[in-house]
Design a protein around this ligand. Structure first.
Ligand code: EPZ
Length: 459
């Protein structure tokens, strides 16, 4: 692709780049019901790893249904920095990694995107060497990569971490990684994906035991298989990959985002509104729908890929324990906590996946919720109503929880820290406004939007 491709990518990124210290706020006037249908974008946690997986391909990769997110833009910038050619037209992303360098991906980009670590496996498999700055931890936890590293070592890589950078190369002057039998201490999504990608071009067979079963892992496997990879068992806890010499071009549609869909199901429930979602994959939402039904919220399938939420006036308390798929997803924990603050009775929420993913509790309590935290357990006592307040988002899913609480709260909620939200949701506020929500993104402490959002004088 000619240079304009890169220019368009860079200009796109410069236009859509949000200043890191973005001072804008989301102002929400609560108490309005929603109606209509919302379109669900492509899955963030598929798009990011599949973009890295495109490094495995020596031809053109066309990805469809790619969401517009800061994290996707950043992954594009990292791949561009390696010399990969990218061109984005709407939600179609063309990637050509026929030529790319092993030069160290720029730290200032990698440090802002944990998912950048996904380039290690494909780079090692394609070039025999990889040099990537170690992604830091984040608000929700230390986010170690020891399982990724140990798996690559089992496949014949020498992996050293020096001065915050991962240096890896294939030992013994071999050109290809070697297949291996690898047991994962925990069903890590990222480690499963890194090792599956590395194994597609390895010599021989790789068996991943205690592998993650998330839909995004299966999506990545299907993407690799569409390029000619030989992968069996994705979606189960044992994945078998038989290495092939190279992978060919593909044109691949990314699955809908089950976490965005779950977030909108909760938006309908918490505002007592009937709304439809399309497209969705019902099997990706089994645990979320089951928990909504326990709370008293009905969800009906209007079509194989369309879901409608039908709330009731009274919501019951329930208990939630986050687990690897097919258990209840940790990425939906904060959103359900917002919903349960208004349920009748006490709910117990246990976060078992990440060590610091209850930071939204303090902000929900500022809105009148009654939640106490004991270690990784939150005890939520239902209250009759929440009241709008100024709050600060601490991480991606916490910001979604605060939006949901703001939609239901009495009065106006202002949310700061929107860069968290924009990392992982494709135009959330535009989609909510399309359903009738009263919210505006304002700069600083502008008074103009308050007028916009304030109820018109009666009479
Ligand atoms: C992926 O993160 C998702 N991110 C997360 O989504 C999601 O919450 C998580 O999987 C669990 O479903 C992307 O796909 C980009 P893990 P990942 O490896 O791969 C420990 C969101 O909100 N672990 O399954 O980092 C780890 O500390 C984000 O969209 C190790 O100990 O998750 C954690 O406690 C947040 N060593 C647990 O495993 C390792 O080498 C699960 O982590 C790797 C992980």
């Amino acid at each position: 692709m000619e240079d304009r491709a890169i220019t368009s990518t860079l200009s796109l990124s410069s236009q859509s780049a949000l200043p890191e210290e973005d001072k804008s706020m989301l102002q929400i006037l609560g108490g309005h019901s929603l109606s209509g249908e919302v379109s669900i974008s492509g899955a963030k946690n598929s798009a990011l790893v599949i973009m890295a997986g495109a490094l495995l391909c020596s031809g053109d990769c066309r990805l469809r249904n790619v969401p517009s997110l800061i994290d996707v833009r950043r992954m594009g910038e990292i791949l561009s920095a390696l010399g990969v050619k990218l061109e984005r037209q709407g939600n179609v992303l063309d990637i050509n990694a026929s030529q790319f360098e092993v030069t160290k991906a720029p730290y200032e980009l990698v440090s802002q995107l944990r998912a950048s670590f996904f380039i290690v496996g494909p780079m090692l498999a394609r070039l025999g060497v990889a040099r990537v700055p170690l992604p830091g931890g984040c608000a929700i936890g230390a986010r170690p990569v020891d399982l990724h590293v140990r798996g690559l070592q089992a496949m014949g890589a020498d992996v050293q971490i020096e001065h915050g950078t991962v240096h890896a190369h294939i030992k013994g002057g071999k050109k290809r990684l070697q297949g291996a039998r690898i047991y994962l201490d925990c069903p890590s999504v990222g480690a499963t994906e890194t090792l599956m990608m590395a194994a597609t071009l390895a010599e021989g067979e790789t068996i991943l035991e205690n592998a993650a079963q998330e839909p995004e892992v299966t999506d990545l496997a299907n993407f690799c298989r569409s390029m000619g990879a030989n992968i069996q068992g994705a979606g189960t806890n044992t994945i078998v990959i038989s290495g092939v010499p190279q992978l060919h071009s593909t044109d691949y549609p990314i699955i809908p985002d089950r976490i965005e869909a779950g977030t909108f199901l909760v938006a309908g429930a918490i505002t007592r509104s009937e709304i439809s979602l399309f497209p969705i994959v019902p099997d990706h939402l089994t645990a979320v729908v089951a928990k909504l039904k326990e709370i008293g919220v009905k969800v009906v399938l209007e079509a194989p890929d369309r879901m409608r939420v039908i709330p009731t006036q009274q919501h019951r308390a329930t208990d939630i324990e986050t687990m690897p798929f097919p258990g209840f997803p940790t990425d939906m924990q904060a959103q359900f906590m917002a919903l349960l603050t208004l349920s009748d009775g006490n709910s117990i929420i246990t976060e078992t996946v990440f060590e610091n993913r209850l930071r939204h509790v303090a902000e929900l309590n500022r809105m009148g919720a009654d939640i106490r935290v004991k270690g990784n357990i939150a005890i939520v006592r239902g209250v009759p109503l929440l009241s709008g307040a100024p709050v600060v988002a601490t991480d991606l899913r916490a910001s979604a929880a605060l939006v949901l609480a703001g939609l239901a709260a009495n009065g106006t909620t202002t949310i700061q820290g929107l860069h968290h939200l924009d990392r992982g949701y494709d135009n959330l506020e535009g989609k909510l406004k399309g359903l009738g929500a009263k919210l505006e993104r304002i700069k600083g402490d502008s008074t103009e939007a308050i007028a916009l959002l304030s109820p018109a004088p009666v009479g």
